[in-house]
Design a protein around this ligand. Structure first.
Ligand SMILES: CC[C@H](C(=O)O)C(=O)SCCNC(=O)CCNC(=O)[C@H](O)C(C)(C)COP(=O)(O)OP(=O)(O)OC[C@H]1O[C@@H](n2cnc3c(N)ncnc32)[C@H](O)[C@@H]1OP(=O)(O)O
Ligand code: CO
Length: 134
């Protein structure tokens, strides 16, 4: 089921400040901010060759990452995203093995314009897992 590691996501309280740290101290090329209101976040990506770093900050009132940032006010590792060839087949296989699919269980369109799903962190060793269909 698993393909490449598409990205590692870091939730931050201030996307501009976090982007500046990556740009000035690590020489990173940071994409322009991309507002994703349907996901309640604004994101940027940093391509590191073999994968990407996604920096994300809350957007709007009930952002799905607000709770995480309350617990981690300075920010922190938020999720990993794995690529899958067939997200519906992956979803159905995971559901059959008792894993919890977050949201209504139907893929939404992610930052890369591809279908994505999220798996409950409690089912994956305390790590929020995103699947993105390539
Ligand atoms: C798709 C666009 C973009 C892309 O890459 O294309 C993105 O990645 S957008 C990313 C933002 N969207 C999401 O994260 C959607 C999925 N997330 C959720 O539905 C929620 O964040 C959820 C349900 C994982 C947690 O929501 P919340 O924190 O409000 O709920 P709880 O406090 O009840 O949390 C339950 C339990 O899980 C622990 N938790 C929460 N977030 C994480 C996390 N990122 N990693 C690990 N664990 C997490 C939380 O601490 C609670 O644990 P407990 O021991 O019960 O306190
Ligand atoms: Co992501």
């Amino acid at each position: 089921m698993l393909g490449r590691l598409n990205h590692v996501a870091i939730a931050v309280p201030d996307l501009g400040a976090a982007s500046a740290v990556y740009r000035t101290t690590l020489g990173a090329k940071v994409t322009d901010p991309q507002a994703l209101p349907e996901h309640g976040v604004t994101v940027v990506f940093i391509d590191v060759g073999n994968t990407k770093i996604e920096l994300l900050e809350p957007l709007g009132e009930n952002s799905s990452i607000a709770g995480f940032l309350q617990k981690n006010p300075a920010g922190g590792m938020h999720h990993v995203c794995y690529e899958v060839a067939d997200i519906i087949a992956a979803r159905d296989q995971l559901k059959a093995s008792g894993m919890r699919i977050l949201g209504e269980g139907e893929p939404k369109t992610g930052a890369h314009g591809k279908p994505v799903l999220f798996l409950h962190p409690k089912d994956f060793q305390g790590t929020l897992v995103e699947l993105e269909q390539i």
